[in-house]
Design a protein around this ligand. Structure first.
Ligand code: ATR
Length: 288
């Protein structure tokens, strides 16, 4: 157990709810492992209190915080500057307090990319992507993949208009034209599957036990890599990937890597990824 002292530097997460957050587990083990005088605390912040909570980062002279659901967009109003990804995506998941000025970052996309390259040992350069979903996570992941120089992105989303918004965003803001929308009803029928390298699920489908498999087995079989951002259970999608011996990663990997980038922003030290991973897996095993 770490010792909290007068000098201890405070980090944490603002969320609502925040009780189930796994970040305190691996952030605190990382601090402890490196002997850093830091602590990571969950803060349950109601939406109506977000402004004053954000101000308290300065008042309490905290190092910074993570920001999670439902505050990722709203908090932008209350901070002083944004990094490039946050500005483009209009979301913030990490704040750094730089001598009383709050700077916002978004580490989800970079965390995704880094996990794919380092843990998955897979370089998305020149690859074709099929992505399910067009919510905030999909924006972050598409942005990172474009940074990673992918060839083509196919987007399929339950609500067509949301896919269209994402496509326009990638066309205009990121100047990336190789984007095509696959109507959700047609996702399994199209002939592109033989050309898809990476299949990514960014939807919440798979979190619940009886959730359907959105992509048919014979299509999954054709891809080279499967990434499912769901992390609370082994999804049907991941089970199929495993069965076909397709390389795959789950949301825990993205969770660790996005957290590792936040850790590095706050401490300027290299995050001990393996320690973070181990503490997280131990915790999950313990809780069943
Ligand atoms: P996040 O910011 O974590 O990505 P979000 O913005 O709520 O979360 O996005 C959730 C994504 O999952 C959306 O693409 C959503 O599709 P819609 O745009 O149609 O809402 C998708 N999604 C959620 N439940 C789904 C379901 N049962 N079937 C298919 N897609 C689903």
């Amino acid at each position: 157990m770490m010792e909290i002292k007068g000098t201890t530097k405070i980090t944490g997460v603002f969320g609502y709810p925040v009780k189930h957050s796994l970040s305190p587990v691996f952030q605190n083990s990382a601090f402890e492992y490196l002997g850093l005088d830091y602590v990571y605390i969950p803060f349950e912040v109601k939406p109506e209190d977000l402004k004053i909570a954000t101000k308290s980062i300065k008042i309490f002279n905290m190092v910074g915080v993570n920001v999670t659901i439902p505050h990722k967009k709203e908090i932008i109003k209350y901070i002083d500057q944004l990094d490039e990804a946050s500005e483009i995506l209009e979301v913030v998941n990490t704040i750094l307090n730089i001598e009383g000025k709050l700077k916002g970052y978004t580490t989800d996309g970079d965390g995704f990319l880094k996990s794919l390259k380092e843990e998955g040992n897979f370089d998305p350069k020149n690859k074709n992507i099929f992505i399910l979903g067009a919510g905030g996570t999909s924006y972050a992941i598409c942005g990172a993949l474009i940074k990673g120089k992918v060839n083509y992105i196919f987007i399929s989303n339950r609500t067509y208009e949301n896919a269209l918004k994402l496509k326009k965003h990638l066309n205009k803001r990121l100047n990336f034209k190789n984007v095509e929308i696959i109507p959700f009803e047609k996702r399994n029928e199209i002939s592109i599957w033989k050309n898809i390298d990476i299949l990514i699920n960014t939807t919440s489908v798979g979190m619940k036990k009886n959730d359907p498999l959105l992509i048919e087995r014979e299509n999954i079989e054709k891809v080279k890599f499967v990434y499912d951002i769901v992390y609370n259970r082994k999804t049907e999608l991941l089970k199929v990937a495993e069965e076909f011996k397709i390389q795959h990663l789950d949301g825990l990997s993205m969770l660790i890597y996005q957290g590792a980038i936040s850790f590095e922003i706050w401490t300027r030290k290299k995050a001990p990824i393996e320690i973070m991973k181990k503490s997280l897996y131990d915790k999950i095993k313990k809780d069943g």
